[in-house]
Ligand binder design. Structure first.
Ligand SMILES: [Zn+2]
Ligand SMILES: [Zn+2]
Length: 351
């Protein structure tokens, strides 16, 4: 392989304690600790942390970071458009849609004929709330592995929404509470509910307000209302969204006989739904499932795969069996915000 003589992957991108580092470019990707220059794939808090010097990200990711952390989240910021190529220390850098949440990007770094794509979190299925995943051919592909086990096949999210709407029709006197992560999942669930033809108001927990308003300025999410302003009688037969943690707290008492639902790829595992007391598990994920991960890896044409962020070993094994060079990155610190973690539930064993 020609690139091996020109440049070795580890000269271009190397895992360090602070995260993936590009020494010639002088930057880190999704760093876990404060660094001088950070390139951020998307706004989830396990990837987008405050306290860096310069932050380069899509405009949406910068906006979502500002919403969460306030104006002082970085010393300086630079918005990068999808497809635009920057030169950082002689390294060509470009951002490409990852299909994960609004503004999410894969970051491609290239030098001397070697291209590495750090995909961040991604999914390869349609999502009305963000730009679709773009395949970027490369020599080395860095993939997440949140649902990197063959048992995870997410299916059609619209079927899950139909399940929810059937339950709403069946119990018109009860409220339906849908636990959903506050950035991305909640807004996608709302968009899916609207796509199914549901036109009534949808009620929101206060913790979902800011990000949902940001999305609603870009995607039509219909009539959204604050649950705190609604009378209990108004909430009979209604759908309300809240962060997953709120499903178990006092907040639910304002609702008449609530049915609890939870939208997550983990809902494929019935034991997890039971463990959380979820009556209506909805298998809806913003991460690629097993088929999506393996199809994407194959399609990139990469001969070398670095696996991170989840069930690394099964995916490494799959790659190796197909003659690809593959290894787990074992970066720690990812999976605190989005559905990589289920608060209170055991994590997928990765070692
Ligand atoms: Zn994420
Ligand atoms: Zn993540």
């Amino acid at each position: 392989m020609a690139y091996l003589t020109a440049m070795r992957p580890h000269d271009l991108l190397v895992p360090t304690a602070a995260g993936l580092c590009c020494p010639p470019g002088g930057f880190h990707i999704d760093p876990l600790r404060p660094v001088d220059k950070a390139l951020i794939t998307h706004g989830h808090s396990d990837h987008a942390r405050p306290g860096h010097g310069a932050v380069l990200a899509t405009q949406e990711t910068l906006d979502l970071m500002r919403l969460r952390y306030g104006d002082g989240f970085a010393r300086s910021t630079q918005a990068v458009r999808y497809g635009e190529t920057l030169s950082l220390g002689g390294v060509a850098v470009s951002f490409h849609p990852a299909g994960h949440v609004l503004g999410s990007a894969q970051i491609a770094v290239a030098r001397n004929g070697l291209r590495i794509v750090a995909s961040g979190d991604y999914k390869d299925v349609a999502d009305p709330t963000c730009a679709p995943f773009e395949l970027v051919r490369c020599e080395v592909f860095i993939t997440e592995a949140t649902f990197g086990l063959p048992v995870f096949r997410h299916g059609d999210p619209q079927h899950e929404i139909e399940k929810l709407l059937r339950s709403v029709a069946l119990f018109p006197e009860r409220a339906h509470l849908v636990g959903a992560y506050s950035l991305g999942k909640a807004q996608r669930v709302i968009a899916l509910i609207r796509a199914a033809g549901y036109g009534k108001p949808i009620y929101l927990h206060g913790a979902l307000d800011a990000t949902t308003r940001y999305y609603a300025a870009r995607v039509d999410l219909g009539d959204l209302r604050a649950a705190r302003d609604a009378a209990k009688s108004e909430l009979a037969g209604a759908i309300a969204l809240c962060p997953p943690s709120a499903l178990k707290d006092l907040w639910t008492r304002r609702f008449p006989e609530p049915v609890t639902a939870f939208a997550s790829g983990w809902m494929r595992v019935r034991a997890r739904a039971r463990q959380r007391g979820v009556e209506l598990p909805l298998v809806i994920s913003d991460h690629a499932d097993w088929d999506g991960l393996t199809a994407t890896i194959a399609a990139t044409g990469a001969a070398e795969i670095w696996v991170t962020h989840g069930a690394e070993d099964a995916l490494v094994h799959w790659c190796t069996a197909r003659g690809l060079a593959a290894r787990p990155l074992r970066l720690v610190g990812y999976g605190e915000e989005d559905e990589t973690s289920l608060e209170g539930a055991p994590q997928v064993e990765t070692t």
